[in-house]
Write a protein that binds this ligand. Structure first.
Ligand SMILES: Cc1ncc(COP(=O)(O)O)c(C=O)c1O
Length: 444
């Protein structure tokens, strides 16, 4: 086989061996990675070259929201590639023009102007820069129990162990507590969380703080929905101090929670909205920073100091336009809401049946199961930032049974593509139900 032949003529073990030999796997010690070889995907399923089928219960990395292999998006990418595969960011293209117009239509409030990037981390990098340039202030508040991306500023803003290895990172980022403190301590009320935040704002000096960056609904750090009143109260608090709100909806955007954006559930309009993943359902890499009109106007006379060779890439823009059309044609946003209610019931049933289920949380098709050794003490089935024999056995069982999802610390995720049917959800939950016998045995 020649180097340019990309047909899947390799066996799974060959793919794994060569991928491991010549490429670096992220966030991992290379000796411990054990990748699943993937050769094709359709709808909610993907397959290994040997024909083993997996239910994609994490939409890969919480991104293939419309499901795999949608011919409408594939055709749009093919057509764009045939007409104009690339134009540099100083040009205007039809794909860029139409996508920016469409995003202005579906984004909350007066979010009207978009800066395109290659993904979510770069979207947050640019959001932070826009906030600093526009306010003339340099500090950024970000929360613990967050992930904002694997590059300089976005990783410094990240509030989980992925940040530790590259500290001290970028100066000026201040971490503040998340309203959720783990199952033992629970979640603060909005009043409590906001009073604590206001104290930190006072201590840091409001006139030095450009923006507060938050995941509207926390993703990998535990699917935490804000307590009632939190987001509205936060908006008022930030307004009071002239601090911009940056909502990171890289994971929670594009229907995942049963609304275009999670902020829509509370009718809160952030000043800056970052997005990626579901924007193209990951068919092509693309991210974006949405900004309110009055903030965008700051850059009418002042230079925006930011750029990327692949900014507004025509293939990404065409893929995003076609993906958004699929959300609309197939009513996937509404579907995430209705199927989310079905999934919620299935999650609750797991909790009622299995002693190792300490908590289930979900909004739309964004869900998590948190496992504990004991429901009275809420001792987690694996420690913070760690694993345990039970959690490892659970992951192994999922893989053997053809269910792909993220198993992290003492949790696993239920984030299927939004096109999933009730029967397919039931198929996945039947595997999960059987798997929990493993963790139930670890209960005291
Ligand atoms: C909330 C959030 N922000 C930012 C990112 C980073 O996006 P990317 O990996 O596309 O750079 C992620 C990725 O998982 C995310 O979940």
């Amino acid at each position: 086989m020649s180097a340019t032949d990309t047909k899947a003529t390799m066996t799974g073990p060959e793919m794994v061996a060569l991928s491991k030999q010549h490429s670096l796997y992220e966030w991992s010690a290379q000796a411990h990675v054990d990748p699943i070889p993937v050769s094709k995907a359709k709808g909610i399923y993907f397959w290994t070259p040997e024909g083993k089928r997996f239910i994609d219960f994490n939409s890969q990395l919480m991104c293939v929201n419309i499901g795999h292999g949608d011919p409408r998006v594939i055709k749009a990418i093919q057509d764009q590639a045939a007409t104009l595969a690339y134009a540099n960011p100083f040009m205007a293209t039809e794909a860029r023009a139409r996508l920016a117009q469409k995003l202005a239509e579906i984004s909350p409030g007066d979010i009207d102007v978009f800066f395109f990037t290659n993904g979510g981390a770069e979207a947050n990098e640019n959001a932070i820069r826009i906030a600093r340039l526009a306010t003339g202030r340099h500090k950024i508040l970000a929360r613990y129990r967050s992930y904002h991306g694997g590059t300089g500023a976005s990783l410094t803003a990240t509030g989980d162990p992925r940040r530790w290895a590259m500290e001290p990172g970028m100066p000026g980022i201040i971490h503040v507590p998340h309203p959720h403190h783990g199952l033992k301590r629970g979640t603060d009320t909005a009043e409590h969380a906001l009073a604590e935040l206001e104290e930190i704002i006072m201590l840091e000096g409001p006139q030095t703080i450009a923006a507060f960056l938050l995941e509207t609904v926390t993703g990998t750090n535990g699917i935490h929905v804000p307590p009632p009143g939190y987001l509205e109260g936060l908006r008022a608090l930030l307004d009071k101090h002239g601090i911009l709100m940056i909502a990171d909806e890289v994971m929670s955007g594009f229907g995942r929670t049963g609304a275009w954006f999670a902020v829509d559930h509370w009718n809160v309009v952030p000043d800056i909205l970052t997005m990626a993943k579901g924007l193209t359902s990951a068919y092509v890499a693309l991210g974006a920073v949405g900004i309110r009109r009055k903030l965008a106007d700051h850059f009418k006379d002042k230079v925006y100091y930011g750029g990327l060779t692949y900014n507004s890439h025509p293939l990404g823009c065409a893929a995003a336009l076609a993906t958004i059309a699929v959300y609309e044609e197939d009513k996937l946003i509404e579907r995430a809401k209705t199927m989310g209610a079905v999934m919620r019931k299935m999650l609750e049933d797991l909790k009622a049946k299995h002693p190792s289920v300490g908590d289930v949380r979900s909004i739309g098709l964004f869900g998590i199961v948190e496992l504990v050794r004991n429901r009275s003490t809420m001792e987690p089935m694996a420690p913070f930032n760690g694993s345990s024999p039970e959690m490892q056995a659970l992951g192994k069982f999922f893989r053997e049974e053809g269910l792909y999802t993220f198993v992290r610390w003492n949790t696993f995720f239920t984030n299927p593509p939004l096109c999933i049917t009730e029967a397919e959800l039931a198929e996945a939950f039947a595997i999960i139900d059987r798997s929990l016998a493993i963790t139930d045995k670890g209960c005291s």
